[in-house]
Design a protein around this ligand. Sequence first.
Ligand code: NBP
Length: 466
Amino acid sequence: MRSKQNIGIIGLAVMGKNLALNIADHGYTVSVFNRSAKRTEEFLAKCVSTALKGYFTLEEFVQSLELPRKIILMVKAGNAVDATIRQLKPYLTEGDVIIDGGNSYFEQTINRSKELEAEGFHYFGVGISGGEEGARTGPAIMPGGDEKAYELIQPILTNISARAEGEPCCHYIGRDGAGHFVKMVHNGIEYADMQLICEAYLILKNMLNMSPPDLHAVFKEWNQGELNSYLISITSDIFTKKDLDSDNYLVDMILDVAGQKGTGKWTSQAALDLGVSIPTITGAVFERYLSSAKDLRMAASQLYGGSIKSEQKTTDFAESVRKALYASKICAYAQGFSLMLEASKHYGWNLNLSNIAKTFRGGCIIRAQFLNKIAEAYQTEPELANLLMNNYFKTSIQQYEQAWRNVVSTAITSGIPVPAFSSAISYFDSFRTHTLPMNLLQAQRDYFGTHTYKRIDKEGTYHTQW
Ligand code: NBP
């Protein structure tokens, strides 16, 4: 009898095919299936490994797998996931495990989990980060689902994940939608991180007149220190690339209109629903929207007479920009982790924020040395309400605060758009302010809407005839 395969993958686009190869590299046998046969044929034609077998009907694909079956869906998020599950179910046996490895919206994962677990299947929403390269060589993996059933898939997921400081970047996250929620917040933080780097670039370019080679050198140097990260490293690389069609550097030939696939928007929506303030992440999403209005921005630039006043600074200013970037980055991560903390309470996920920071250290886009500090912070204080309350981050912010204020105020005075830098410093200022002006706001609400207010000197709820 033909021996059964260890695991199956449905969906052979960029992520699915690379994940299949990665799993096969780790000694597992893998069956693959794709809705359109052409992709399967192309994949099999290039594939030399005998560990991989392709199928052209879902029934044969399912029958090829050992029990309990473990099937990873790497199809487009949304309807494609539901359609695949619907077509798959008639061939499955109770106890089989379906793993959605795409970027599904976490609430859809919660609903699918409920439905499939009631039918006797195990369902996992697994965040997989790192794009094509991560899928091939080791992604960061965020599994969400039934903790007991997790042992069925834990060895494979752990083996194929990235490693950081010898540890796998794969930790069980929590029930149902927890893994997809954490992956979504990872992407939200990524939006903020990228936007902050772009603002640092704009400031350096305009205030210090830096060319792409200068910028390459600055980012390369920054990557040697506490900002060490994948995003800083690729940014440094980007500044070395010459354009093939002109004498310019490629970065200067790229249109300033940002794309997005929606996970930053979802993070912002989740924050609004859960009542958590994440202005730097949301600001980064809004800036991508504003970038899309290129024609309108060009017209406004005519109307208001250009954009940026150039104020030449000395090279020490670059060090201040580095400090401002680091302090802002702390605030962006503080926001993302606060959102996960609130979601953990709301959905009863019992998230281990230290393990989540460790998971982010390798394989994924926001991988950075700095995540060790976050992991340590939550390891020592699992109940930490906000990263800004941790001693290490407090010291960093205090050391850099003056430079940070100087950079943000100089950028604003010069007309350089810094929505992420300025929202980060405003977040910090609101966070550390003992008395916000919400006393007046409460008075206004009570004045026009009888919304009542509380007093600082006695218990109770009050209304005034203003
Ligand atoms: P895509 O998101 O581009 O999806 C293409 C795959 O979905 C193809 O295999 C396609 O089959 C299949 N598919 C579609 Br579209 N509709 C289907 C349906 N109704 N039934 C069955 N299959 C259907 O692929 P990807 O970029 O590899 O990403 C896969 C997942 O991983 C997504 O959720 C994505 O958001 C996530 N992700 C992607 C990246 C990345 O860097 N690309 C990174 C991290 C996570 P077909 O060949 O027949 O059209």
